[in-house]
Design a binder for this molecule. Structure first.
Ligand code: PHE
Ligand code: CO
Length: 293
């Protein structure tokens, strides 16, 4: 059952940041007002480095044929991953590539702080690593999910611009009281997105790519529904936080994400609010579905 749960809450949508019933895991006393902290790389133990390496090896082994090429090509920037990477070493490559940087955070952070960092092209990476007994399933995002899942695509210029625009859009959504709608966009793209390529369906979402089981499930299983990306449809779609996704949204190219989200969302939010929600796993009449890859 644990394996079944793998990869789900590791992709926590920003709307839930810091609002769970449990206090988030992590040492918040060491964080600054923007919630960033030091990575304290020297505090990781040899066992933690070894656990990270096993996670990295398990995931890289299953990328071919399941992850998109942009992700596979960029994973090498994380290094050999014999140990937990130093964030400064990643930044030495990432900053010149797309102007992004990663910053350490104690764990989940409030959504406004999260949006503000993204808008500055800073991606918050949790400093702590899951425990050995959480090898297959961890409830909150840890350093492995954040680094392995999210950082490779920050090397892609189009995706990198989308992430910054999302952060700026999040600050605006906070003012419009629309964070829940915008969080669904993050969930179904950044965390659980699929992309149609010439070679077939592939994953680009971090929650999928850092998951031992959901990667194959999302691309190959006949069970879930796979629907073409549509902004308003997606903002109406509820999602699962305690199982694999029942619905995935499929894009054709990263440009599609950027272009579809460029217009002003104020009228989009108003329109979507007036429409009923769609349960996970439900496909509407006339919707185009993608077969398993
Ligand atoms: N265009 C959106 C707005 O006006 C901002 C946004 C961009 C949101 C990219 C998400 C992703 O609110
Ligand atoms: Co994530």
């Amino acid at each position: 059952m644990n394996d079944f749960h793998d990869g789900i809450n590791k992709g926590v949508a920003p709307v839930t940041y810091g609002q769970g019933e449990r206090p988030p895991r992590g040492d918040y006393a060491s964080a600054g007002s923007d919630y960033t902290c030091a990575q304290r790389w020297g505090d990781y133990t040899a066992e933690q480095h070894a656990l990270y390496r096993r996670l990295h090896e398990r995931q890289t082994a299953q990328l071919p044929g399941l992850a998109c090429d942009e992700f596979i090509d960029a994973v090498r920037h994380l290094g050999a991953a014999e140990r937990i990477p130093r964030f400064e070493d990643i930044n030495a490559k990432l900053k010149p590539a797309t102007g992004w940087q990663i910053v350490a955070v104690p764990g989940l952070i409030p959504e406004e702080a999260f949006f503000a960092l993204l808008a500055e092209r800073k991606f918050p990476v949790t400093e702590w690593l899951r425990k050995p007994e959480e090898f297959d399933y961890v409830v909150e995002p840890d350093v492995f999910h954040d680094l392995f899942g999210h950082v490779p695509l920050l090397f892609n210029p189009v995706f990198a611009d989308y992430m910054q625009a999302y952060g700026a859009g999040g600050l605006k959504a906070s003012r419009l009281d629309a964070c829940e709608l915008l969080a669904r966009l993050y969930w179904y793209t950044v965390e659980f997105g699929l992309i149609q390529t010439k070679q077939g369906l592939r994953a680009y979402g971090a929650g999928i790519l850092s998951s031992a089981g959901e990667l194959r499930h999302s691309v190959c299983s006949p069970e879930p529904r796979r629907v073409a990306f549509d902004l308003k449809r997606l903002m109406r779609s509820r999602y699962k936080i305690d199982s694999y996704q029942a619905t995935y949204f499929v894009i054709d190219a990263f440009e599609q994400l950027f272009d579809a989200t460029a217009p002003d969302f104020a009228p989009v939010y108003a329109e979507v609010r007036a429409l009923p929600l769609i349960e996970a796993g439900v496909v509407l009449p006339g919707e185009r579905e993608f077969a398993a890859g």
